[in-house]
Design a protein around this ligand. Structure first.
Ligand code: HEC
Length: 152
C-alpha cells in the first residue's frame, strides 16, 4: 500500500513538472502572430483611474502635474495627444517604449512642453517623481502606458 501511494505521488509530481514545461518557461508568453501589432498588456480603463488620482502610491498623482487639455501646463507637459507624438520623440523608441521609460526612468529623456512661452525648451529634470518603478506594480505601469496610448 505504501509503495502504491508513493508511486502515485511520484506520478503526480512527474505530470506536474511536465505540465510546467520544465523548459525554462521560454514558451510562457507566445510571441504575437506575424503581422499583428504587439499586444499592449495593460488595461487602459484601470490606467485612466490611476492617472486621475491626485495622490498615487504616496506621490503626487499624474493629474496634478499633467493636464489632459491641449497646451495646458500644470507642472509637466499636457498629455493631450501624447499617443500620437510619443513614437516620434526618441529615435528608435516606439510610443509604448517611450511612455514606459518616461514613467520609470523620468530623467532618461527630458520632454519639452513645460513652458508655454518656449514650447521647444526641455523641461527641468527631477520634477517628476523618479520612484514610480518602486511605488507602482508592473501591472499598474502597464495600465498607465495602455491608457496614455489611447490619448491620440
Ligand atoms: C510633480 C509633477 C509630476 C508628476 C506627479 C508626474 N509627472 Fe510626468 N512629467 C513631469 C515633468 C516635469 C515632465 C517633463 C520632464 C521629464 O521628461 O521628465 C514629465 C514627463 C512625463 C512624460 C513625458 C511627456 C512627453 O510629453 O513626452 C510622461 C509620459 C509622463 N510624465 C507621465 C507621467 C505619469 C503617468 C505620471 C503618474 C504616474 C506622472 N507623469 C507624474 C512632472 C510630473
Amino acid at each position: 500500500m505504501r509503495t502504491y501511494i508513493l508511486l502515485v505521488v511520484v506520478l503526480i509530481l512527474a505530470v506536474g513538472l511536465t505540465a510546467c514545461g520544465g523548459g525554462g518557461g521560454a514558451q510562457q508568453q507566445p510571441a504575437p502572430a506575424a503581422g499583428q501589432a504587439p499586444a499592449v498588456k495593460g488595461n487602459p480603463e484601470k490606467g485612466k483611474q490611476l492617472f486621475a488620482q491626485t495622490v498615487l502610491a504616496g506621490n503626487a498623482g499624474c493629474i496634478t502635474c499633467h493636464s489632459l487639455e491641449p497646451g495646458k501646463v500644470l507642472v509637466g507637459p499636457s498629455m493631450a495627444g501624447i499617443a500620437s507624438r510619443a513614437g516620434n520623440t526618441v529615435p528608435g523608441q516606439s510610443a509604448e517604449e517611450y511612455l514606459r521609460i518616461s514613467i520609470v526612468d523620468t530623467n532618461a529623456y527630458l520632454a519639452k512642453g513645460c513652458n508655454v512661452n518656449a514650447p521647444e525648451e526641455p523641461c527641468a529634470a527631477n520634477l517628476m517623481p523618479a520612484d514610480w518603478a518602486q511605488k507602482l506594480t508592473p501591472e499598474q505601469i502597464d495600465d498607465l502606458v495602455a491608457y496614455l496610448l489611447t490619448l491620440k
